[in-house]
Design a protein around this ligand. Structure first.
Ligand code: PEP
Length: 251
């Protein structure tokens, strides 16, 4: 039985003091030991502060990106070890905003995934089709390309530390959530693809999250789908009340 996961991607929001205020309030609002795993992804500059306040709690910490080298002359980049030392155990890789605004290819996503695994971080690889691809009926081809490129040279033992987030680009930040049955069908396809490339046991184990305009109002219906193991939440994770409401709705 895969444990449900509720993850909050703050994108480029919140300073360290705003992060601290959020965490204090959020911890007041959720059960101390929620049945789901909760992960918060603040910006790099808030990781250290978040790590300090989350350390005594069950809430996990992750970063929104990672560089594929361990260190070196890469101005502006952040390595796995830096995230780890702040208390991060997770990292988002290949979020659609990075693919769109920073030209991240599947090859780069793959290199980041490998670096994250070597650095003992559990990567969440984000995949999803654009509205044009959705309308053209080419969602599966897009996902297939992102999966085969992103997971290139990843063996079954490495797959065990990877999570997948299916985030249709047309649903991110638009208020237009994928219908739960549609999200289920697509995530079922992703799981079948994993079974074909690896094996049924790996496919059964890999957590697959849905992301795209999640709110407390649609949490229950999405999580009721058999293949949806959790939710990656953007906008609604910025307010401690709305994020706590999602955690509580997932119980
Ligand atoms: C996201 O950024 O991963 C996301 C799903 O955003 P939102 O919930 O705002 O659509």
């Amino acid at each position: 039985m895969r444990r449900k996961i509720i993850a909050g991607n703050w994108k480029m929001h919140k300073t360290p003091s705003e992060t601290e205020r959020f965490i204090r309030k959020f911890l007041d609002l959720v059960p101390k030991e929620p049945s789901c795993k909760v992960i918060i992804f603040p910006p790099f500059t808030s990781l250290e502060r978040a790590g300090r306040f989350l350390a005594p709690t069950t809430v996990e910490l992750g970063a929104q990106d990672v560089h594929f080298h361990d260190n070196g002359a890469f101005t502006g980049e952040i390595a796995s070890s830096m995230i780890k030392e702040c208390g991060g155990n997770y990292v988002l890789v290949g979020h659609s905003e990075r693919r769109t605004h920073f030209q991240e290819s599947d090859t780069i996503v793959n290199r980041k995934l490998v670096a994250a695994i070597h650095g003992n971080l559990a990567p969440i690889i984000c995949i999803g089709e654009t509205i044009t691809e959705y309308r053209a009926g080419t969602t599966k081809q897009r996902l297939e390309a992102q999966l085969s490129g992103g997971l290139s040279k990843i063996d079954p033992s490495q797959l065990a530390s990877i999570l997948i987030a299916y985030e249709p680009v047309w649903a991110i930040g638009t208020g237009e959530t994928a219908a739960p049955a549609t999200a289920q069908r697509t995530i079922e396809y992703i799981r079948q693809w994993i079974a074909g490339k690896y094996n049924a046991a790996s496919a059964d184990m890999v957590p697959i999250l849905y992301g795209g305009s999640v709110t407390a109002a649609n949490t229950r219906d999405l999580l009721a789908q058999p293949d949806i193991d959790g939710l990656l939440v953007g906008g609604a994770s910025l307010d401690p009340h709305s994020f706590a409401a999602i955690v509580i709705a997932s119980e």
